[in-house]
Design a protein around this ligand. Structure first.
Ligand SMILES: Nc1ncnc2c1ncn2[C@@H]1O[C@H](COP(=O)(O)OP(=O)(O)OP(=O)(O)O)[C@@H](O)[C@H]1O
Ligand SMILES: [Mg+2]
Length: 427
């Protein structure tokens, strides 16, 4: 593929964070684009203010939401691709809006920032994609890729190619690993998915045009940081709002649905309708522990669900560094705190960890290798900072070197490496 204007970019549109890198011609360096002030990553978030039509993105969107400005805050919209919500759309400022347009706004902003840095229009892109957008449904998976392709096209890209996100991370690391061929596994644990690739890498292969022979296997599962947040929320936060408390004259457990809804980013918005609030009030009328369940009601009435999930996520991140953390929940009630041990979080992760371990083992089996053959493990994506994930990695690959440089930007960088090779040729 010969590109027209000698510039291409790689875009890692992530569930939680997005990066973009540009490649100008065959021999130029790859450059990560500052997408929000000096940052080379931008949270994949949008805030649509109630008053004006101009949306804001990233940290600005989060700040507007935390400051309780009037409007609609959205995050994790990548997860909607390939699901029925794409057809349904959502209401923003009273108007039905398609998710294509919401994601489109975000991608246009990213493209614009890359073009500002480059000083020219960019028509060529390699876009990252997870190994599976949707688990166990090939048709939905194809639709998700087609939907994202159409969004990139509507944003103005003329040439669009997709690459698996973990393969891109492998390309980024390949620039620094020396001439000797090494068998590597990439583990990319992001906000929405966990993706794995087993691949032969060497600096000698960087310009090789066709890498198909070097890729032994890919595997992926729709489990990621959002699921870890949900697990932590249900274990350590929701009991403070009445999960597990008694309800009704027979002393049954309080119905669990509101706690699950409040722990799932994509559901929070739907709790803010008048009907939901009314129904919840009705349920709480029969609660036997109103001290706790009034906190639940107050979060829903005050529309503080995303704020609570931000606190859950922050606690999870703290627990990668410390054995214990306390979350300040005074926005719900004066002096309220959640005290959390790392072991609580690890217990909540059991099911997710088993799914991740199984997917890694499937990837090894599909590659037709033994785990001991792997010389290098490349960790990328925010979830790989979790000590338990690092521990299971060490358990599966006891002899491999483990590399985790640039875990938040290696996919975007590697997509631009792929774009350079694809659009401007190699050996
Ligand atoms: N130090 C940390 N410890 C634990 N989790 C972390 C840490 N830092 C970031 N995360 C989590 O990593 C996730 C974001 O990672 P990343 O930016 O790699 O995802 P993404 O690329 O946007 O998602 P995906 O690739 O699944 O579409 C979030 O769930 C975030 O909470
Ligand atoms: Mg990612």
């Amino acid at each position: 593929m010969q590109a027209t204007n000698e510039i291409a970019c790689g875009i890692d549109f992530g569930t939680s964070n997005t990066t973009v890198a540009i490649a100008q011609g065959n021999n130029e360096q790859i450059v990560l684009v500052p997408v929000e002030e000096d940052h080379v990553t931008i949270p994949s978030t949008i805030f649509f203010p109630a008053e004006s039509s101009a949306a804001v993105f990233g940290r600005k969107a989060i700040n507007a939401h935390v400051a309780r400005e009037e409007g609609r805050f959205m995050r994790s919209f990548k997860r909607v691709l390939g699901t029925s919500l794409m057809k349904d759309g959502t209401h923003i400022s009273g108007r039905k809006t398609k998710f294509e347009n919401i994601i489109g706004h975000f991608i246009e902003d990213i493209k614009h920032k890359a073009e500002l840095l480059a000083g020219k229009e960019i028509n060529n892109v390699v876009a990252g994609r997870p190994v599976h957008f949707v688990d166990g449904n090939e048709q939905a998976d194809k639709e998700a890729e087609a939907q994202l392709g159409a969004i990139f096209s509507a944003a103005g890209f003329k040439h669009i190619r997709f690459q698996y996100e973990p393969i891109a991370a492998a390309f980024a690391h390949e620039l620094t690993i020396g001439d000797k061929e090494r068998l590597a596994v990439v583990m990319d644990i992001g906000g929405g998915t966990s993706d794995f690739t087993i691949m032969r890498l060497s600096e000698r292969y960087i310009k090789k045009h066709d890498r198909q022979q070097d890729i032994l296997s890919n595997a992926g599962i729709r489990v990621g940081g959002n699921d870890f947040d949900r697990a932590l929320s249900l274990k350590c936060f929701m009991p403070l709002l009445g999960l597990g408390s008694q309800w009704g004259s027979k002393g049954l457990g309080f119905p669990i649905t509101p706690f699950f809804d409040l722990s799932e980013l994509s559901k929070i918005q739907y709790m803010y309708t008048q009907k939901y609030k009314r129904d919840l009030k009705g349920l709480i009328g029969q609660s036997n522990d109103k001290r706790l369940t009034h906190r639940l009601l107050s979060i829903v009435e005050e529309e503080q669900g995303h704020m609570l999930m931000a606190s859950v996520e922050e606690s999870k991140i703290q627990l990668s560094l410390c054995q214990h953390t306390s979350a300040d929940l005074s926005f719900i009630e004066a002096d309220l705190q959640a005290q959390i041990e790392r072991t609580d979080f690890e217990q909540s992760l059991q099911g997710n960890i088993l799914s991740i371990q199984k997917t890694i083992k499937d990837c090894i089996m599909m590659a037709g290798i033994k785990s001991d053959d792997v010389a290098l493990v490349i960790l990328t994506g925010g979830g790989t900072a979790i000590p338990l994930i690092q521990q299971i990695t060490r358990g599966i690959f006891p002899y491999a070197e483990i590399s985790d440089t640039n875990r938040m930007s290696s996919v975007g960088f590697g997509l631009a490496c792929d774009a350079r090779r694809y659009y401007f040729g190699g050996d």
